[in-house]
Design a protein. Sequence first.
Length: 287
Amino acid sequence: MKQPVTLIGLGPMGKAMVHALLDAGHPVTVWNRTASRADDVVARGAVRAAAPAEAVRAADLVVLSLTDYAAMYDVLGRVEDLTGKVVVNLSSDSPEVTREAAKWAEQRGARFLTGGVMVPAPMIGTEASYVYYSGSKDLFDAHEKTLGVIGKPHHMGTDPGLAQLFYQANLDVFLTALSAFLHGSALLGSAGVPAKDFAPWAAQVLQLVIQFLPRSAEQVDADEHPGDLSTVTMMGATADHVLAASEEAGIDLELPRAIKSHYDRTIAAGKGGDNWTRLIDGIRNPG
């Protein structure tokens, strides 16, 4: 028989995980505060627990898919004994909150892995799904096969906060790019251009960004920023123009102002002749 799994939290992500585990033949016990959310997965063969303690007793591997880590305390705080359990928290929160949660779980006899799922619910269990994990490497290795049903597992290090850092860093790029697309759509929309006409051009720009990343990362890591092409001053002028166009269009200015501030601070620090990657200094040390 394949490894039994308990899954707590049946929002869209949690449900998708249960379906993937059931498809792979794993016995799954579930619990959710609103019990009716389990109806569809129970109909497929999952077992509905009446309480968190019952759910935890059903399997040694306990996966959490909750709103945040505060919800973990609320749910598992009602379970008297976590001895011998492996708690894998796939909820989102800050790295330091995650580190404290690992200590909390271990003080109660559990072993703890942090996870960050990098795809939306419909992609869970597909070849495109991948998940960052951090914590004990031995613990990760012992459960890698089962966790791989959810998405390709990547162990990022033993620090429980690392998976969250990777998760949040990726979402930093993702959310900023989405907001930038909407801002650009509003900018063109001020002239009556529909977003669907802009989308293919925005996609080309994002492809250009992808080409920039490897070399840019090398410059950041080496702290070498040769200004032979796109200098801070040149890119800063572009940031000025984006802000001016946004003001003329009467749309929200927070995003272009934030970007312009990165260039302004770097130029004020006497680094205008360096490559745009020099902005990392002001981002790391905003004071």
